[in-house]
Design a protein around this ligand. Sequence first.
Ligand code: HEM
Length: 398
Amino acid sequence: MTEAPEYPFRNPSALEPPPEWAELREGCPVATIRLASGDEALLLTRYDDVRQVLSDPRFTRQLDAADAARVTANESGGVFGSGGSSMSGDEHRAWRQLVGKAFTAKRVTAMQPRIQAMAEHLVEEMVTREAPADLVSAVGFPLPVWAICDLLGVPDSDRDRFAYWSDTMLSMTRFGQEEIDAAQAEFDAYLVALTEAKQARPGDDLVSELLSMVAGLDGRLTEQLVLGTAKGLLVAGHETTANMIGKMVSMLLADRGRWEALLADPKLVRPAVEEVLRYDANPGFGMPRYLSEEVEVAGEPLPKGTTVICSMAAANRDERQFERADEMRLDRSPNPHVAFGVGPHSCIGQSLARTELQTVLRVLLDRLPTLELAVPVAELRRREGLVVGGLERVPVRW
Ligand code: HEM
C-alpha cells in the first residue's frame, strides 16, 4: 500500500465489514492510516496485537497529550471523553476501584426485573402504533438511558429529561452549541440536586453507595465524583447500548434461520448476544491510545508519541482466534471477543449492557415471535461519521 488509506473505512453494506479489516490483518497488521483531521495514526487489526495494546498501561487514553493526533470528531475527545475513560494512571485506577465496588454484578442482577419491565413497556408502546416501527427509536434509545437512571437512583418521572440531556450532549450535529451548553448546565444542576437529595435520604442506588463510600470527603470533590461518574456512565453507556440493540435485532432478523433458532431454543439467547457483539461490523471509530514510550508490537518498534487505534471489531473477526470468524454462530463457545475492550479501561458497564441486550431479545422473542425486518437488509443504512457505530433506523413489522 503506497499511500496511507483514509480511516474510518467504508463498509460495503450496513451489516458487512470493510474489506480492509481482513486485508490488513493478513498483510499489514500495523498499518498507517490517515484520519479525517489529516493526521496519521497506526491501526491494529489482529486479535493478539489489540489485546496486547489494550492491556499495556504504557498506551494511555489521555486525549490531551501534546503530541496526540486529533483523532476524534469533536474536540472534547468524543464519546469516551468524560468520566473514567479520560483519566489515566493512578487517578483512573482510584476512580475504577471506587466505582467498581458500587457498580457490581449483584447490583445489575437486582436491576434485571426492572429492565425487563422497561423493555416490556417499550415493546407494548411500539405495538400499539402501526407497523412498521423503527426499533432504534422505539426501544433502542430509551431503554439504556432508563436503565442508567435506575442505576443512579433517578426517579422514573425524570428519565425523559435525562434522555433529552443525554441525546443533546452526545449529538455532534443535531443541536446547536447553545442547546448543548444549556443541556450540560441543566444536567449538572440536576445532579448536584440529586447528590444533595441522596445525602439526605440514601436509597439503594449507585449514587447513594458512592456517597457512603466517600463520606467525609470535601463537598466539592464529592460533587465532582458524582457528576463525572454519572456523565461518564451516560456518555459511554447510552449510545453504545442503544445502537447495539438495533444492530443486534437487525443481525438476527437478517437471516430468518437465526430468529427461528432462538425461538426454538431460548437458551441460545446468552451465547447469541455474545456472538452479535463479536460479529458487529459497525462498532464505530475504535479506541485511540497514545504511546508514552517506544514499544514493540507485532515485531515492529513503535516510536514514542505514536497514536494507535485498536480495532476491536477487526480483532473479533481474526481467524487466528475464532474458527470460521466470518460465520455467525449463535452457540459459539468459548467466545472471548473484545467488544468491551480488555485491560484497565475495559467496559465497566458490560454486565449491565449484557443484561439489557439479553432482556430486550427475550422480550421481543416472547412478545413478537413474528418480528421481521420491514425493509430488505440492503436498504439498512449506517449512521455515518459518529464515534459509536450504528444503524440509522431498523424498520420492523410483526
Ligand atoms: C453494548 C454496549 C456497550 C459496548 C459495546 C461498550 C464498549 C466499551 C468499550 C470497547 C470500552 C473500552 C474503551 C477503551 O478501551 O478505551 C468501554 C468502556 C467503558 N464503558 Fe462501555 N460499552 C457498552 C455499554 C456500556 C454501559 C451500559 C455502560 C454504563 C452504564 C458503559 C460504561 C463504560 C465506561 C464508564 C467505560 C470507560 C471505562 C474506563 O475507562 O475505565 N458501557 N465500553
